[in-house]
Design a protein around this ligand. Structure first.
Ligand code: URA
Length: 202
């Protein structure tokens, strides 16, 4: 999609998300969190659902898990501003509970439309909800993390959710190796000349 059309189309999705009433999460949200990043991003990150910081600010991955994500991106030389970051569910489930199947289903079109507009080369799913929604409903993250697969022309890389590394220290090594894998997948997919620039202060 041409970039100015793409930008408009993405803004429309975000307007739709802000006024969405397709599931009960709209009643408890402070702010919907459509996602953020470049419309022509070649890499998309899809997490689970906004937490309390995200709900307050209306931006994805700005709390503790977000700091882990930003840190891992920096370590492999990817600037957060050059990727697109969103979630399977755009409104916070109260008390940070898991999103329900009906909530994921209600939000699915918002996510699929974002993917169609951005048309990324690589989608990195963070945690099991994103992997199950976008890759395979039966996927096991502990078995499949770090293994890329191509579906309809897009390379999907399932990795652990950054929050998992906050709760289980042993997972930080797996997360780091997943991000190194992402780096090598990007070099293969995009070539070093077009790979994301070295991180600046995102
Ligand atoms: N966890 C998520 O899955 N998404 C966010 O935006 C923040 C924390």
């Amino acid at each position: 999609m041409a970039s100015s059309n793409g930008k408009q189309a993405l803004e429309q999705v975000h307007t739709d998300v802000h006024s969405c009433r397709l599931c009960p999460l709209c009643r408890s949200r402070t702010k919907a969190v459509p996602g953020e990043g470049a419309v022509d991003a070649r890499i998309m990150f899809v997490g689970e659902a906004p937490g309390s910081d995200e709900d307050r600010q209306g931006r994805p991955f700005v709390g503790a898990a977000g700091r882990v994500l930003t840190d891992q991106l920096k370590k492999v030389g990817i600037d957060r501003r050059q990727v697109f970051i969103t979630n399977v569910v755009k409104c916070r489930p109260e008390g940070n509970r898991d999103p329900e199947a009906a909530e994921i289903e209600a939000c699915r079109d918002h996510l699929l439309t974002q993917i169609a507009i951005i048309n990324p080369k690589v989608i990195c799913t963070l945690g099991r909800f994103a992997a199950r929604t976008l890759i395979d409903n039966g996927i096991s993250i502990s078995r499949e993390h770090g293994k890329a697969r191509r579906i309809s022309g897009i390379l999907y890389l399932p990795i652990y959710h950054p929050a998992a590394a906050l709760h289980q220290a042993r997972l930080i090594d797996s997360l780091e190796s997943d991000f190194r894998k992402l780096r090598s997948v990007l070099e293969e997919e995009l070539g070093t000349a077009t790979s994301p620039q070295a991180a600046s202060d995102a």
